[in-house]
Design a protein around this ligand. Structure first.
Ligand code: SF4
Ligand code: FES
Length: 354
């Protein structure tokens, strides 16, 4: 099949992070500092990604500000002609550091927030973080950069949705991403405590709709649905190995950020294989490209061009088979697995990320 070049690179510079969010989708076993790619290796990854066609680089983590070589990486990506986005908790962002990054070509900042109020947000972050995020947001606006605010929604903060929208307005965010939790990595451990109720989702819908309408032209609002509650799965990654690649802190190259969960997948590393070879030829990237791999009911389904059979990671985590129809789908013979999760009473105890 014809494979198009990737548009975006998610560069997970480190898994180290000052926060302890219970909804973290990074793997349960995090990459340790001693095996992180060196500066030289990251510079090579960025060059190879640009040669491959990448135009957007999202520098992420963990907390990318914990890498002292972040400025050099931003410079290099910018000089290659890439649009550079920093995905950050905001902790560690000072005026001096931001000015330096902007002078090197940083184009956009995506800041996370955990809730609308200091008390709730700090509880969910497992750290005194909220006030520092307010400062970080103000710095980004002062620097004249576009600001996106990303808030992961779940049972423990859905009630704060109106306040979260107000927070984004106060920050002057250009974009607000309200993303219901996806259950990968650490988040899967906390699924029963994070799963929103049907009533919470029903209450959120008119609040989001009203805000989208009121703020049109001022702030873009993106609402990512709680897919367990939906009849059809999300078009995850817009198809496997179709648009974006992720490089993990140790150089493992992933077709999607959560793909290390699929233990049956033989993943390649930039430490021993060129990035273009991994993108075009590796077994991991080709495993679920196109439609050849699909079994019934996806194989003959009229929606397969819309959702690509759903999420491979979710299929694996819930059924043990990454080629199965995403069990979120109402046409999946295994939808009962999802309904069983939804029928369980919620719990309040969260296991914080360690
Ligand atoms: Fe999508 Fe497969 Fe469900 Fe059809 S059967 S809607 S292709 S996940
Ligand atoms: Fe990996 Fe959906 S999160 S394919």
């Amino acid at each position: 099949m014809d494979v198009s070049p990737p548009l975006g690179l998610l560069a997970e510079l480190t898994h180290r992070c000052p926060l302890h969010c219970p909804y973290c989708s990074n793997p349960v076993e995090l990459t340790t500092r001693d095996v992180e790619l060196s500066t030289e290796e990251w510079l090579s990854v960025l060059s190879q990604a640009r040669e491959l066609g990448v135009l957007q680089v999202h520098m992420s983590g963990g907390e990318p500000l914990l890498r002292p070589d972040l400025p050099a990486l931003v410079s290099h990506a910018h000089e290659l002609g890439c649009y550079v986005n920093l995905v950050t908790s905001g902790l560690g962002l000072t005026a001096a550091r931001l000015d330096d990054l902007v002078s090197r070509g940083l184009a956009h900042v995506q800041l996370s927030a955990q809730g609308a109020t200091r008390e709730r947000a700090d509880l969910l972050a497992g750290a005194k973080a909220h006030d520092r995020k307010l400062v970080a947001a103000a710095l980004v606006k002062e620097a004249g950069l576009p600001l996106s605010l990303n808030v992961v929604l779940h049972r423990q903060n859905h009630d704060q949705l109106p306040g979260i929208i107000e927070l984004a307005e106060r920050m002057g965010a250009d974009r607000l991403e309200l993303a219901n939790t996806q259950y990968y990595g650490w988040a899967l451990r906390n699924r029963d405590a994070l799963m929103p109720t049907a009533a919470q989702l029903a209450a959120a819908e008119p609040v989001v709709r009203a805000a989208v309408s009121r703020l049109r032209g001022t702030m873009e609002i993106v609402y990512v649905v709680a897919d367990y509650h939906e009849p059809y799965p999300k078009p995850c990654m817009y198809g496997w190995g179709a648009r974006q690649l992720t490089v993990a802190p140790d150089g493992t190259v992933l077709p999607c950020p959560a793909a290390s969960a699929i233990s049956t997948l033989a993943l390649s590393s930039v430490r021993d294989t060129p990035l273009s070879e991994i993108w075009y030829e590796s077994p991991s990237f080709n495993a679920y490209r196109g439609e050849e791999w699909m079994a019934e009911p996806c194989r003959t389904c009229d929606r397969r061009g819309l959702d690509f059979g759903g999420c491979r990671c979710q299929a694996f985590l819930l059924t043990g088979d990454a080629a199965a129809t995403d069990p979120v789908c109402s046409r999946s013979p295994q939808r009962a697995l999802v309904d069983l999760v939804l029928s369980r009473p919620g719990v309040s105890d969260l296991v914080m990320r360690r």
